[in-house]
Design a protein around this ligand. Structure first.
Ligand SMILES: [Zn+2]
Length: 510
């Protein structure tokens, strides 16, 4: 009897393993494609130690570049770009680093398209890569919410933002979500336009990119994934480990009232598991850069998602979290108040918006709105510059010269400076006329009175609410200041010691 049971157990075990091996695992190779024919020729070598994921588990390639990983329905198998290698680029200049395992058609009725199922499961997945030396120093553009509702806005982006981006020498760009404005049909068009930049692009999923007829969160990003690939993954560039996250959770179409459902900020349970598995395999010496649409702030993101993220980052030494969503700029540091109680230097940047105040306000001579953001910062984008193990970021305002980093104005008897990227702990001071004694400005939280007047003057801007920002500084003008023209030279120094300069002429009435 005992023997019978044992043999039955063995048979079951064997059968079980057989099912997994045949139906649920996939094998593949990451290899250096020296002759660029996309085929792993017998003399071409695999790369060891490359991370491969099914958006939950993460495995590492062996010395032959071989991996084996579980297939999960409707999930991507993707390879984390290894340092000093680049993937083959597709015709849109985007890296070919993923495979979507989808065997059945999406059943639910979505308003916007989704990926077609595969017709057969490949025996092996091959990911060709090429050497990409000199990655230690690199740079990328960070583009907040282009938020394009229709073809007119697409033209605004093509003619009003892309030419500015094209003047920057960078290795890649990242669009931080809300690429569309409730119209995912824009996404393939954005991809075609941005392809003209000639460098790889990475995209983050935003709440306005939702396929909003989806019944729940599962298919909310269907069109986004069809156009761009996985909604969360990672890639290495030099000593930096970049992580793209999808922190939009959609409640699904609201049947009772036949309207789009609500969304909230947070990470799906599967994504949390992946994030932990990913970061566990990344050396603590690597700088981590997180890209998400919604800022990781307890006001916007569920507490348990914040805690999971923070815990997963506990051993890392330097972290930067970049996001969009707010349409204004916030440069900040994570502290114990945010729930960050580990040692690392953890900085955050909310990168404004390419569409500014949703493409509104005064038009420039190309008929594109100036669209100043509700914190007073111009519409624009950022550039992240990396040198070995350090980085800095620079704001590129659109419609203004690059050195236009703050706006100075006189408001009643005060001199005010709105330094778009300033942190509340940074210093701002001015010299009035030829007086060699500096006047120190103090930081305050408030609304920018310049942008207040702009919003009042333009009807289409009035629906946008002005925001209180912490990147304002002010000081009282001397009481005995004489009538007539005066000047101020403005100086601002950030925490990295970089000095910014500005100048303003103003008139004092009797
Ligand atoms: Zn958003």
């Amino acid at each position: 009897m005992r023997y019978v049971l044992k043999s039955l157990f063995c048979t079951l075990l064997f059968y079980y393993i057989g099912v997994i091996a045949v139906a649920q695992n996939i094998e593949g190779y990451v290899f250096v494609d020296n002759n660029k024919n996309s085929i792993m020729d017998s003399d071409e070598k695999g790369i060891k130690g490359v991370m491969v994921s099914n958006q939950k588990d993460v495995v590492i390639t062996d010395e032959k570049g071989h991996f084996k990983i579980k297939l999960k329905e409707e999930k991507f198998i993707f390879v984390t770009k290894p340092e000093a290698y680049q993937f083959k680029l597709d015709k849109y200049n985007n890296p070919e680093f993923y495979f979507l395992f989808k065997t059945k058609k999406t059943k639910e009725q979505l308003k916007y398209r989704s990926s077609e199922p595969i017709t057969e499961i490949p025996e092996f997945l091959y990911f060709p890569v090429y050497n990409n030396p000199g990655e230690e120093e690199h740079s990328c553009l960070l583009i907040g919410d282009p938020q394009m509702k229709d073809d007119e806005k697409l033209v605004f982006y093509k003619d009003g933002i892309i030419p500015y981006m094209a003047t920057k020498q960078v290795d890649f760009y990242v669009v931080l979500g809300d690429i569309s404005h409730n119209n995912p049909e824009i996404l393939p068009k954005e991809k075609q336009i941005s392809a003209t930049l000639g460098v790889p692009g990475y995209r983050v999923f935003g709440n306005h990119d939702i396929n909003y007829k989806a019944a729940d969160n599962k298919h909310a990003a269907e069109t986004f994934k069809m156009v761009y690939g996985p909604d969360y993954y990672s890639f290495d560039f030099g000593s930096f480990h970049y992580i793209i996250l999808n922190n939009v959770l959609y409640d699904g179409w609201w049947k009772e009232i036949n309207a789009p459902g609500r969304y909230s900020g947070g990470l799906s349970e599967e994504q949390k598991k992946w994030l932990i598995n990913d970061l566990m395999l990344v050396s603590s010496n690597k700088t981590i850069v997180l890209f998400s649409h919604i800022p990781f702030d307890k006001i916007f993101v569920k507490e348990n998602s914040m805690q999971t993220l923070f815990k997963a980052l506990e051993n890392h030494k330097k972290i930067l979290a970049v996001s969009g969503h707010l349409h204004y700029i916030v440069a900040y540091d994570y502290t114990a108040d945010d729930g960050w109680e580990y040692n690392a230097n953890f900085e955050g940047l909310v990168a404004g918006a390419a569409c500014g105040a949703w493409w509104s306000g005064l038009l420039d001579e190309n008929n594109i709105p100036f669209s100043t953001c509700p914190d007073g910062s111009p519409k624009g984008f950022f550039q992240l510059n990396v040198t070995k193990d350090d980085y800095n970021y620079v704001f590129h305002p659109v419609n203004y010269p690059n050195d236009f980093q703050f706006r100075t104005y006189i408001n009643k008897d005060e001199i005010c400076v709105n330094w778009f990227v300033g942190k509340k702990t940074d210093s701002v001071w001015v010299y009035l006329d030829n007086n060699p004694i500096a006047i120190k400005l103090h930081n305050f939280i408030g609304t920018d009175s310049f942008v207040e007047s702009i919003y009042k003057a333009h009807k289409d801007m009035q629906k946008t609410t002005l925001v209180k920002t912490a990147h304002l500084w002010k000081a009282k003008l001397p009481e005995n200041i004489s009538t007539g023209y005066h000047s101020v030279k403005v100086f601002a120094r950030d925490s990295k010691g970089i000095l910014f300069k500005g100048f303003k002429t103003f008139y004092i009435e009797k």
